[in-house]
Each structure stands twice: as structure tokens, then as C-alpha cells.
Ligand binder design. Structure first.
Ligand SMILES: Cc1cc2nc3c(=O)[nH]c(=O)nc-3n(C[C@H](O)[C@H](O)[C@H](O)COP(=O)(O)OP(=O)(O)OC[C@H]3O[C@@H](n4cnc5c(N)ncnc54)[C@H](O)[C@@H]3O)c2cc1C
Length: 448
């Protein structure tokens, strides 16, 4: 029996220049696959899921050869261009609240922390500095009475889950952020903030002693013949007996889950480096991260370290089933970022944004991942839904474990998930989803 998959979309560029990537030193030139090679394992996709899968394979299959391919540079994709919150507590971004059913949320939190502990171990081993991996927690910041109320309801939910949190009043919020914009905040201490591009690039460097990594090497076809997978790339190929597909929404480009995956673009902007006088004017702590009390508001990060002191703003969701966004889409989406920035930081009125970008995440209608053996010896760790930093890491770990014959309750849970439900026809889902997102963003008001 032979199966041949022609990969439909191999244009994986992301719109705009990600500040996380741009402020890092220029990387070495990419190692592009130019030969026909053979390995025991092939991992396709070098985001959180693929990198974690490859590292877990190194731990489980010490003497086996592992190849990882990505179509772009590691750190350029969504895993290197997000807001950098590796969140432990559940957060369904398709609703206007962070709270779900208690029992389910307790279990999801345990799983997210399993992933965060794995990332923390890697960060320690690879020598990541605090600016790359910072276990400083996350503040849900409220700018309105409604947001404040959201936080008060969320505290009750956290108590029911047995979770600690710290209430911050407006003065505390000003002490941390330098901004007088926030009425209150709720600190949950176990989220980690990362420098997204430095984390993914550093992670790839860390595993490269045991994993052959090829960048700018898209898989254009995948064929299974006589128990061997054969992945073709523009200038070479890889033969491997087992493959882990960690390409998130691009799973559909491989022909799987057609019309079952939703592709949402998120947008971010990063300021230029602040001068010393501007840093003093802003005040606050050198680095912090706030998520909005209303999930449709703005996430804000203040960073310091390589690249200087900068502020990152992230808001605006756009559903796009074509998986493509243009520079114009970025310009349109980020228009509101300057306004959101000025509202919070009037003392920085002369500070402009240096980088603006967008990136993709993948959701399913019924909020389930795509995981498991989707064809013989072909394993998926895709469709992370919200919290893709933690859940992508988790899916990668579990896919490597499952494919290596390990069994545990987290894997069982993933295997027991339903399939993503079928979406309504394209025009309806595009219009409907964007109308819903625009409405929620409008309701978020000054939280944006
Ligand atoms: C602006 C923004 C802010 C965000 N903020 C957060 C946040 O704070 N917290 C959070 O949890 N999530 C956040 N996310 C979402 C998060 O970044 C994603 O969910 C996460 O990156 C998913 O990881 P992944 O490894 O599954 O997929 P990806 O990071 O998309 O990695 C998949 C990789 O597969 C590669 N690939 C695809 N097809 C092929 C092929 N044919 N051949 C070779 N390689 C291929 C791609 O190039 C890509 O590098 C944000 C996203 C954006 C865009």
C-alpha cells in the first residue's frame, strides 16, 4: 500500500517583521537540506510543538536519529512572533471570559504546568537568561469597571480551583507598569513570559547536538511506501520510519482536517528602544506582562535586555480561512495599537512603533486539538487552540511519547478528544467569525 500527499500550501511567510526576531543578533545562515538523507524520526515544523517533540524524542530514544525540518527560519513563525505568555491557567479565547468548568480547568492547568516544567528544564539546561524565560507570572489588568468585575469573578473561579492569586490595586499597578491606566490587576504567579524568538531559536540551538535541523526547507510532498515515509523538499528528501507533523493549521495543507480548522490572525507592535530619559519617565519595573481582563482587550509587555527597553502591544483578531495575510492587513489591524499605547502611556507620546506584525493561530470550533496517529506511523501534534505556547509544547511532548510507545493519562485524554467539527461553508464562516470577533472587540471597549 502506498499513500502520497502533495502539500498544497508551502508559502509560509508571515506578514510584517516580528520585533522579537528583529532585535536579536543576526542568526547564522540557515542549514538548508540539499541531500537525500535517512533518519529514524522526522519532525515537520519547528515551533513549540515540533521543538518539544524533538527534545522529548532525544530523551526517550537516545540512540536514534532525528531530523527536524521547517519551511522558514526557526523563530520567524508564530512560535517566535506571539506575545510570549506561557500560561498555566485555562483560557478559552473564543469566549469573553477566562473561566470554564472547575474540574476541567484544574486538569488543563495540570497539563499546562507539565509543559511549563518541561520548558523550564530546557531553559535551565540551555542557559536561557531571565529576559528569555521569566517565571514572573501574569497580571490580568482591568482598565474599566467591567474589567474589574471580570477579575473579581475570575478570583472566585480560581479559589474554586484551589489556585492562589494576588489582587493589585491601581497604585500597585502603577508601581509595576508605570501606567495610571489600570484600575486593578490580578496576578497569577505561575505563568512564564518568554522572549518568543530567542526562546525558539535557543531551544533549537540546544537540541541541535542531537537533532539535525534544516531551515528554509519546506516539505512539498510526503509519501508512504513499504512502511517508510519519504518527505520531499525542493532540494532533497528525508526517509524516516516515523513522522511527527507539528505544523499547527498547516495540517490542512497536508490534506487533513479539511474545512475543520479555523485560522485566526493576531497582530502585535513593538516600540523602538526607549531612551534612558523615557525609561525614567515611564517608571515601573524593568519587565512585566499584562493580559487584558477581557480576553478581547490588549496584552502589553514591557521588556528590557537585548534590544533595550521596549513596549509590545497586542490586540486585534482576524479570521482568515485562506491562511494568508498581507502587509496591508497588518497596517489595517495595527492602526488601533498606537491609540491603545497612547492611552496607557501618555508620558511616551513621542515613542513610535518600530515593528509591526501578524501571525496565525489555529482553532477548532469545538476547541479540540488534532492529536495521535493520523496515518500509519504519522503522528499529529496540531491545532493548539488558545494557549498555543503551553499547549503546543504539551502536544509535542505527548506526540513524541505516544509515538515512542509511552502511555499516560494525558495521552489518553488527548486521544479521547472528539474530532474538530466541520465548519459552515467558507463565506458564512468568514463573515460570521469576523462579525463575532469585531463585536467582542467593540465590547472590550477601553480594555483594548
Ligand atoms: C501575535 C500573536 C500573539 C500570540 N500570543 C500568544 C501568547 O501570548 N500565548 C499563547 O499561548 N499563544 C499565543 N499565540 C499563539 C501561539 O503563538 C501559537 O498557538 C503557537 O505558536 C503554536 O505553536 P505550534 O508549534 O503548534 O505551531 P507554529 O508555531 O505555527 O509552528 C509550526 C511550524 O510548522 C512549519 N511548517 C508548516 N508547514 C510546513 C511544511 N510543509 N514543511 C516544513 N515546515 C512547515 C511552519 O513554518 C511553522 O514554523 C500568539 C500568536 C500570535 C500570532
Amino acid at each position: 500500500m502506498s499513500l502520497k500527499i502533495q502539500v498544497k500550501n508551502t508559502r509560509h511567510g508571515n506578514p510584517g517583521v516580528s520585533g522579537w526576531y528583529a532585535i536579536l543578533p543576526e542568526p547564522d545562515p540557515p542549514n538548508v537540506l540539499q541531500d537525500d538523507i535517512t533518519a529514524d524520526w522526522l519532525v515537520i515544523g519547528g515551533g513549540f510543538a515540533g521543538l518539544s517533540a524533538a527534545r522529548r524524542l532525544c530523551q526517550l530514544r537516545e540512540n536514534e536519529s532525528i531530523v527536524l525540518l521547517d519551511s522558514i527560519r526557526i523563530g520567524e513563525g508564530s512560535s517566535g512572533r506571539n506575545s510570549g505568555f506561557m500560561i498555566d491557567l485555562p483560557h478559552d479565547i473564543s469566549t469573553d471570559s477566562y473561566a470554564g468548568a472547575v474540574e476541567q480547568d484544574v486538569l488543563q492547568t495540570r497539563k499546562n504546568r507539565y509543559a511549563i516544567a518541561f520548558a523550564a528544564k530546557a531553559a535551565e539546561e540551555f542557559g536561557f537568561p531571565q529576559e528569555v524565560f521569566n517565571p514572573c507570572g501574569k497580571i490580568n489588568a482591568a482598565a474599566t469597571e467591567k474589567g474589574d468585575q471580570h477579575n473579581r469573578e475570575y478570583i472566585e473561579h480560581l479559589k474554586a480551583m484551589g489556585e492562589e492569586s494576588t489582587w493589585l490595586d491601581a497604585a500597585e499597578m502603577k508601581r509595576i507598569t508605570g501606567s495610571e491606566y489600570y484600575l486593578s490587576g490580578l496576578l497569577t504567579p505561575k505563568t512564564v513570559t518568554i522572549q518568543a524568538a530567542a526562546y525558539t531559536r535557543g531551544f533549537a540551538r540546544g537540541i541541535s547536538r542531537n537533532v539535525n535541523i534544516y531551515e528554509k526547507t519546506p516539505v512539498v510532498a510526503l509519501e508512504h511506501t513499504n512502511g517508510v515515509w519519504h518527505a520531499r523538499t525542493p532540494n532533497g528528501s528525508v526517509k524516516a520510519s516515523k513522522v511527527i507533523l507539528s505544523v499547527n493549521g498547516h495540517l490542512q495543507s497536508f490534506g487533513f482536517m479539511q474545512r475543520r480548522l479555523m485560522h485566526i490572525f493576531l497582530y502585535a507592535s513593538m516600540t523602538r528602544a526607549l531612551s534612558s530619559a523615557e525609561v525614567r519617565k515611564l517608571g515601573g519595573e524593568p519587565s512585566w506582562g499584562v493580559a487584558p481582563a477581557n480576553p478581547f482587550g490588549s496584552s502589553v509587555r514591557k521588556i528590557s535586555g537585548v534590544g533595550g527597553h521596549r513596549v509590545l502591544m497586542r490586540n486585534k483578531f482576524h479570521f482568515n480561512s485562506s491562511m494568508e495575510a498581507t502587509e496591508r492587513d497588518v497596517q489595517r489591524a495595527v492602526r488601533g495599537h498606537d491609540r491603545s499605547f497612547q492611552r496607557r502611556f501618555p508620558m511616551l507620546k513621542d515613542v513610535e512603533m518600530e515593528y509591526r506584525w501578524g501571525g496565525r493561530l489555529c482553532l477548532s470550533w469545538n476547541n479540540v486539538p488534532v492529536f495521535g496517529e493520523i496515518e500509519e506511523s504519522l503522528f499529529a501534534a496540531c491545532c493548539q487552540n488558545g494557549l498555543g505556547v503551553s499547549k503546543g509544547t504539551l502536544a509535542g511532548i505527548l506526540a513524541a511519547e505516544y509515538a515512542s510507545g509511552v502511555r499516560n493519562s494525558y495521552i489518553e485524554d488527548y486521544l479521547n478528544e472528539a474530532q474538530p467539527t466541520r465548519l459552515p461553508p467558507k463565506p458564512f464562516v468568514n463573515i460570521g467569525a469576523n462579525a463575532y470577533l469585531n463585536w467582542q472587540e467593540w465590547c472590550a471597549g477601553l480594555e483594548k
